[in-house]
Design a protein around this ligand. Structure first.
Ligand code: C2E
Ligand code: CA
Ligand code: CA
Length: 744
């Protein structure tokens, strides 16, 4: 019976199997009777229990036993005699094992010579004693079965303890992994923790996720964590891994959405959310033991939470650094890239691309079409520029490129815009302005660099010829000056230091003053701070013109009231309107309410818009001009002849007057110079509108224009623009001299 239960292998040579070198169970025999030692040795000698040999340790006193136990904390079973040095020596030893040494798993079998020495039942419970036998009871067979049962119990306890330690390790590992916010560091953490948990080499673990770490490919698996010789494959598609066994095992796991436990490896499958899956390959070289498997499953469940966490963070990160429309990196990201380039002293160039008239296109064709165009531009940039170029969408219609000069130069970048862009049903031609900067390391930071390119871009936008500019330090000086002028203009406007002066307009046929043009002035300590040619474009650029323009209109009304008071109630007042004013959605309402509040008859107001406003956007402009006409206001086209109006266009606009630009009037005295003036006057007659010649300085010019049939003139010949309080006096003197001249 014993032979059946146990494996006597006295004569057999050690086997080369795994069990042959399995570590032996350690058994401690504690007894002061040498006889007991030899009997025990005889019975248990060369015995294998649960496929492991036994190693007997002997102690002849409780004292000696303590020493043995200290040396061998992994003793599985101790057979302890109760009565030795004292009646209690065995029980004291048990107390020592459990409480002093803290060995909770070691199994204890008490032996006593006489039944009378049996310990209390409470003691047996208290010290977790497995068995209590009189020596007579422990016969050969009994001893073996008792020891076997104790060993089994020991093994179970040890497994439980190991499990608990494993769980503690996992909880600790999870806590650490939870702190990881980037997929790369999470993967690295998983690698180290798993390798430690299963005692695997680091390159025995490969982490993959479904979907590219760059957010482009959402289907394929990518390696996100690997060490040793697999490290170079991080961020690469899984198939590139040179080890087919790993690739196939991972694909099997991801296809079937489950963990895979094989005889030589394990794949953990993690699903954080519907489109967030990962698989971790463990090259265990063996099947996971019954002990490891539940642990690893718990670990997998825990890291799924970490993985979800990281994906959330990565997603937030993506949102924070990308433009949702074009999926290009955004300004924030571009500045970071520029920072890196500045620091690395990279031999590269930066460019900012601004789409001409994007706002018009957006207004004209609708925002959806505008968005599609931006996406198309982003796609072309992505497709046609080398992958080494860093792209970004910096603003509404503003793109950034950082890359080698061979790519980032005006010629190459402009060439990208030669072909029109297919947007829905349209083929849209697009032109751009380019600001560029090289010598990146001159810049202090990425932001500084971006500022420089932007300065260059602004110069490029203003330049009519090239549409591209490289940054040079002198530009900043210009920019600084411009910014300073805008600042002072704003302050002086608020301090009511601006003035509106008036220049008379004369009917060429009669010599009568029929109107005045309101012209802004910016007086300073000495003379004028800046002429309107300088500060008006800056006011337009800064948007300040919207408030200033409205104020000029008010002043014109105030001037009308003064003229009425002085007896000149039918004089027209012409007021210049800038593009930003005209574009304002409620411009017409604003004009109407100013006129109403100031009680100025609309028929006495003439609004001068430039040719570029008139040609801006045919339908919207015609509509707005129509609304102004219905108010009763008259309309003039300023600086006519300097733009490129199409005649067809012009005919469709409800205008009352063409103003012939000063540059043409100037030329009248030269050969053929009058041709332009002649053409414009002819045109105005065809359109049945008035014509006003600007900048008439000589009697000859005036005569010539009168001869052409030009209706009005304005210029130094008659009067320079003058302050409001001088206008009435001038008009009276003029009336007086006219009256004198008309006396025969
Ligand atoms: P503009 O509308 O073409 O105004 C005519 C300009 O010609 C004025 O220059 C006027 O002073 C000048 N001028 C008049 N007669 C003669 C002449 O015989 N010879 C010469 N050489 N010049 C003459 P100014 O006042 O310097 O204004 C320049 C430009 O500034 C204006 O051109 C207009 O575009 C803009 N501007 C002036 N005031 C305003 C305003 O209140 N609002 C807006 N939006 N623009 C204004
Ligand atoms: Ca004007
Ligand atoms: Ca003009």
């Amino acid at each position: 019976m014993i032979d059946e239960l146990l494996d006597w292998n006295d004569a057999e040579p050690p086997q080369a199997s795994q069990s042959a070198n399995a570590s032996p169970w350690k058994l401690l025999v504690v007894d002061d009777d040498p006889e007991v030692h030899s009997v025990t040795r005889f019975v248990l000698h060369d015995l294998r229990i649960f496929d492991r040999p036994l190693r007997l340790l002997h102690a002849h006193s409780a004292q000696e036993a303590r020493e043995r136990l200290r040396q061998h904390p992994d003793i599985a079973v101790a057979l302890v005699d109760v009565v030795m040095e004292t009646d209690q020596a065995g029980l004291d030893l048990v107390e020592y094992i459990r409480n002093q040494l803290g060995l909770a798993e070691c199994r204890l079998i008490l032996r006593t010579g006489q039944p009378g020495y049996a310990p209390e039942l409470t003691v047996i419970h208290q010290y977790d004693i497995n068995d209590y036998r009189t020596k007579a009871e422990l016969t050969h067979t009994r001893l073996i079965t008792t020891v076997s049962a104790a060993l089994r119990a020991y093994e179970q306890l040890r497994a439980l303890a190991e499990n608990r330690r494993g769980l503690e390790l996992i909880i600790h590992a999870t806590a650490q992994l939870m702190e990881q916010h980037a997929i790369a560091s999470l993967a690295e953490g998983i690698l180290t923790q798993l390798a430690a948990l299963l005692k695997l080499p680091l390159d025995g673990v490969v982490c993959t996720q479904r979907g590219s770490p760059f957010g482009v490919d959402t289907e394929r698996c990518y390696v996100v964590g690997a060490a040793g010789h697999y490290a170079p494959y991080i961020a690469q598609p899984l198939e590139r891994l040179p080890n087919r066994r790993i690739v196939e095992a991972i694909l099997e796991s991801v296809t079937n959405n489950q963990h895979i436990f094989k005889s030589d490896c394990t794949v953990l499958y993690l699903k954080a959310a519907p489109r967030q899956e990962a698989a971790i390959f463990l090259d265990s070289g063996r099947a996971l033991t019954a002990l490891d498997r539940p642990l690893i499953e718990v670990f997998a469940a825990n890291i799924t939470a970490c993985f979800r966490n990281v994906n959330l963070v990565e997603h937030l990160h993506y949102i924070a650094y990308h433009d949702p429309l074009t999926r290009l990196p955004n300004r924030l990201r571009f500045v970071t890239d520029l920072d890196a380039a500045v620091q690395a002293r990279t031999d590269a160039a930066v460019a900012l691309l601004d789409i001409h008239h994007f706002a018009d296109l957006n207004d004209g064709l609708g925002e959806d079409t505008g968005n599609l165009l931006l996406v198309a531009v982003a796609e072309r940039l992505r497709a046609r520029l080398e992958p080494t170029c860093r792209l970004a969408r910096i603003g509404a219609d503003l793109f950034g490129v950082l890359g080698p000069e061979a790519q980032v130069n005006p010629f190459s970048l402009m060439a990208l815009f030669h072909a029109p862009f297919k947007v829905g049903e349209y083929q849209l031609p697009v032109t751009i302005a380019l600001g560029l900067c090289r010598n990146l390391d001159d810049a202090k930071s990425g932001l500084d660099l971006l500022k420089r390119v932007n300065v260059a871009l602004n110069h490029a936008k203003r330049s009519l010829s090239t549409h591209h500019e490289y940054y040079v330090a002198a530009m900043e000086e210009t920019t600084r000056r411009r910014v300073e002028i805008i600042r002072r203009l704003r302050l002086d406007f608020q301090a009511e230091k601006l003035q509106v002066w008036y220049q008379p307009q004369i009917a060429l046929a009669t010599g009568e003053v029929v109107g005045v043009e309101a012209l802004m002035r910016w007086p300073g300590e000495q003379g004028f701070v800046q002429p309107p040619d300088v500060f008006i474009p800056l006011a337009e650029y800064s948007g300040l013109i919207i408030q200033i323009g409205a104020w000029v209109l008010e002043q014109a009304c105030v001037q009308h009231a003064r003229l009425v008071a002085a007896g000149f109630e039918s004089l027209k007042i012409a007021v210049n309107v800038s593009m930003p004013q005209f574009r304002k959605a409620d411009f017409v309402e604003e004009v109407a309410s100013i006129l109403a509040n100031r009680q100025m008859p609309p028929s006495l107001l003439e609004l001068e818009i430039t040719e570029s406003i008139a040609m801006d956007e045919p339908k919207a402009v015609a509509q707005r001009l129509g609304a102004l006409k219905r108010l009763g206001v008259s309309l003039a086209i300023d600086d006519f002849g300097t733009g490129y109006s199409s005649l067809g266009h012009l005919q469709a606009l409800p205008i009352d007057c063409l103003k012939i630009d000063r540059s043409f009037v100037n030329k009248i005295d030269q050969n053929q110079g009058g041709l332009f003036a002649e053409t414009i006057v002819g045109l105005s007659r065809k359109l049945r509108v008035n014509s006003v010649a600007e900048g008439v300085e000589t009697q000859e010019q005036a005569e010539f224009l009168r001869g052409l049939g030009c209706t009005m003139a304005q210029g130094y010949l008659y009067a320079r623009p003058m302050p409001p309080d001088q206008l009435a006096a001038w008009l009276r003197t003029r009336d007086a001299s006219q009256a004198r001249e008309s006396i025969p």
